[in-house]
Design a protein around this ligand. Structure first.
Ligand SMILES: [Zn+2]
Length: 228
């Protein structure tokens, strides 16, 4: 990210602007910056890893890095940078608020895996209940039919099995009617909507797998960059 740094024409404060001019910061008391600091004195490029490049924009007024006059120089964040014959110092902390913010979304990984685990548990239980109601239903109906064709000596076994299957089926149906899976799923979705959110803007990240989400560079809603 590029910054243009110099003396503000109106207030003679230090003026730090993003190169696109969208954000500006005035630093210090009015009149604190001497006239030998140009209005566009220094271009500072700050890379994502905080390495920087300093470029003096006006050869008539020097830029100093760690005591040496420079035109263009790779520098480190926090190096002593001074402008003009009066050696007006650059305040690095004033640049900090203008840098693009990054957010750490790794805590969302745990939220997503919790959601998937709980969702899976609900689904499994639903499947079990369906089996409990469905399989004995087949036995009940089938048992009734088969019993009819059994020799008389074996009919009583058929009846016992059919009754047993009928009881199981009724239990399965009872479980199905009293099952709260649907409500639990709705609750779980709401829980995700509250917790699977952008740490910066709070927008719900949608039912998007964390692995997919983390491939994005920035929040799709507020554009804040993800910390890598
Ligand atoms: Zn956001």
């Amino acid at each position: 990210m590029d910054f243009i740094i110099g003396r503000d024409a109106n207030t003679s404060q230090l003026r730090i602007s993003t190169a696109d001019g969208k954000r500006t910061q005035l630093v210090g008391q009015p009149g604190c910056v001497p006239m030998n600091v140009s209005r566009k004195h220094l271009q500072l490029t700050v890379n994502a890893d905080r390495t920087c490049v300093a470029r003096n924009l006006n050869p008539a007024n020097e830029t100093w890095v760690n005591g040496m006059a420079v035109m263009t120089r790779n520098i480190s964040w926090g190096d002593r940078v001074e402008m003009g014959a009066g050696r007006f110092p650059l305040d690095w902390t004033a640049i900090e608020p203008l840098l693009p913010k990054t957010i750490d979304i790794t805590p969302l990984k745990r939220v997503w895996s919790q959601y998937k685990q709980r969702e899976m548990a609900i689904r499994k239980r639903q499947q079990n209940i369906n089996v409990l109601a469905g399989v004995p239903m087949v036995f009940t109906v089938g048992g009734g039919v088969v019993t009819n064709f059994l020799p008389d000596d074996f009919k009583s076994y058929g009846v016992v099995i059919t009754i047993f299957a009928l009881v199981l089926m009724c239990y399965g149906l009872y479980r199905r009617f009293t099952d709260k899976s649907f409500e639990e799923q709705e609750e779980l979705k709401q829980w995700l909507q509250q917790h699977y959110t952008c740490p910066e803007c709070g927008h719900f990240m949608n039912f998007q797998d964390y692995d997919v989400l983390s491939q994005n560079k920035a929040c799709p809603y507020c554009r804040t960059q993800y910390k890598k």
